[in-house]
Design a protein around this ligand. Structure first.
Ligand SMILES: [Fe+2]
Ligand SMILES: [Fe+2]
Length: 262
């Protein structure tokens, strides 16, 4: 019952969190509390009837949203791609926040100089998670049914690599960001292809779609920045580096494949 009680208290009301001796939770606790108190699952609907009420068929068979908030005209295939992509992105960012949450205490305890870096990466992951939570809620896309499994797996991965030490934790970040960077690159390429097609047809490119491309590009760049930090912090010195990164990268690919479908 500790975390729910934290939701009602600001970090400034918890002075002990700012003491250097217990540094690891002052940036984790408020965000964890926010995540619990603002669970996106409360806002999602999987109701097809609700979607039908918002979307009507046009003459050429494409789907046109009637809500003034959703201006994008998408084919069925495009809509399915986007739903599955955003669902995977949310699951990935959930995992990222939990990996850092589990890694931070042992890593910062053993290497206090890494605290700003861990906080920086965690804060960015929390921002990414919030972005995709908002997009899923806005477009009424359901989260993956594997949500609780990924919560457990990401926490276990973060805890294990954190206990293994700095190099293993950084190797974990390197492996995850390599896969996620490629994943976001693929999405950016597909979306840019759509925009190009739309422009070629002389149709108006929805502003919302341009914004989405820019959001994903920005997030991808931040993931690649994490990768660079991890390599700079001796990720490649982890032992056994090859085995560890291969297993984590394989796990990421598997989780992406499953989350696209389930
Ligand atoms: Fe991220
Ligand atoms: Fe990241």
């Amino acid at each position: 019952m500790l975390l729910p009680s934290l939701t009602k208290r600001s970090a400034s009301q918890l002075p002990y969190l700012h003491q250097y001796q217990l540094p690891v939770f002052d940036f984790l606790a408020p965000c964890l509390a926010t995540r619990i108190s603002q669970s996106p699952r409360l806002h999602f609907s999987t109701s097809r009837r609700r979607r039908r009420a918002e979307v009507q068929s046009t003459d050429n068979g494409s789907l046109q949203a009637t809500s003034p908030k959703v201006k994008t005209a998408l084919s069925d295939e495009q809509r399915k791609f986007l739903e599955s992509a955003l669902r995977v992105n949310q699951a990935g960012e959930l995992a990222a926040t939990l990996i850092y949450t589990a890694q931070t205490p042992p890593i910062v305890k053993a290497h206090p100089h890494l605290r700003p870096l861990m906080k920086h990466m965690y804060d960015q992951e929390a921002g990414h998670f919030s972005t995709f939570n908002n997009l899923l809620a806005k477009h009424r896309i359901r989260p993956t049914a594997m949500y609780p499994v990924w919560q457990f797996a990401a926490t276990a991965l973060g805890w294990t690599t954190g206990i293994m030490g700095r190099e293993a934790a950084m190797a974990c970040t390197e492996a995850v960001e390599t896969e996620i960077g490629e994943h976001y690159n693929t999405q950016v390429r597909v979306l840019l292809g759509w925009l190009e097609e739309t422009e070629k047809k002389g149709e108006e490119v929805p502003e919302e779609m341009r914004e989405l491309v820019e959001q994903i590009r920005k997030i991808r760049d931040e993931e690649l920045e994490h990768l660079d930090h991890a390599v700079g912090e001796d990720a490649k010195e982890a032992r056994p580096y090859e085995l560890l990164t291969s297993v984590i990268r394989g796990g990421c690919r598997g989780a992406i494949w499953i989350s696209e479908r389930v």
